[in-house]
Ligand binder design. Sequence first.
Ligand SMILES: Cc1cc2nc3c(=O)[nH]c(=O)nc-3n(C[C@H](O)[C@H](O)[C@H](O)COP(=O)(O)O)c2cc1C
Length: 408
Amino acid sequence: MTGIAGRHVVLGVTGGIACYKACTVARRLTEAGALVDVVMTASAAEFIRPVTFEALTGRPVVASLWEPGRALDHVRLGRDPDLIIVAPATARLIARAAQGLADDFLTSLLLARRSPLLLCPAMNDQMYAHPETQANLKKLKSSRVEESKSGVTVLGPATGPLAHGEGEGPGRMVEPEEIVAHAERLLLAGPPFAGKRVLVTAGPTREALDPVRVVTNRSSGRMGYAVARAAWRRGAEVTLISGPGSLEPPFGVEVIRVESTGDLNAAVGKALPKADVLVMAAAPADYRPETTSATKMKRGAGGLRLDLEPTADVLGGTVGKRKRGAVIVGFALESGDPVGLAREKLAAKELDLVVANDATEPGSGPDAPTNRVALVSKDGVERLPLMSKDDVAEHVVDHVGVLLSRRG
Ligand SMILES: Cc1cc2nc3c(=O)[nH]c(=O)nc-3n(C[C@H](O)[C@H](O)[C@H](O)COP(=O)(O)O)c2cc1C
């Protein structure tokens, strides 16, 4: 499965108040299995002691060019890692890097760099807006070394509260989760997903009965969100069409919100012609009320009969309208013989892959955090054990990757 375990990351930390967030970045990368070497400037070590990062990463921290036993490590650590992150990046570090100064371990390492660099500025809003800082950032963004993939990505800064009493303008370092997500994408992006457009649908739809009541289902959207996140991490440009729900949108993914199956159908129809991959993980309502009351329906003494009519078949409706060579994935949530029904769906809706799961299976289903699924394709059936929806998504995206590669 695709992850960052075993990948080598250098995390440069400079003397800004956001140093405390760098601890979380180091922690999350280490938890994901990356080997994280932290390099601190002298100012950073005034904010946080190196021992904190040593404890978080389990690896020695460099805080000076002159440490015994580390002669030439500034060259090795510039050349060897898969990725260099500087978070937070102070105005001073940005200025020194833009000038090509090599006056401490971190700037020497940046000059010897052969790896991609992810730079996360953090400073007072006026320092950030200053023309010198802007010119330095512009220069760094255009700097490339040797291989084309070794460019500089500047992430942020965000707009939000700065250090105590220092206003709200752009200058705040982006949150650690966003830094880690971008680091993963820089580490994992490549063929066959890089540059491909992936369209994912997720969540339930709602069909209005009256202004306050809806017909809907239990879908949480987790599965589709996980697929969108996994495809984005591998370098795809991802659009997520999401029904109502409370999940945080994945970083970097364009999110289009929809309410009803009709909305979903229209949004899929619009985005489909450009999609290299369509993953239909949404659970659209199959029926909607024949009529929608413009006013709230009153409670009566007797029962209430609802007349429902079928909604559009969103996935079936894409047949004949797909981009040539597009990989199309459906989900089949059934409560009897899901694999058999998935095979039928594969043929009837001209799909490349159907992810089948049993709605009655414990730990599986639309609102569970886990799923036990079978991947059904022309190649056969791959039954997976019960696992998190994030892990299911990685398997699905692996499979899509194989299909994309075959199509060239
Ligand atoms: C409390 C405090 C907070 C600071 N926060 C920042 C900051 O967020 N961004 C920044 O560019 N400089 C900040 N500075 C100034 C830097 O620490 C100073 O420019 C230092 O020389 C940076 O060195 P370095 O880039 O080598 O780490 C701060 C200074 C202090 C005392």
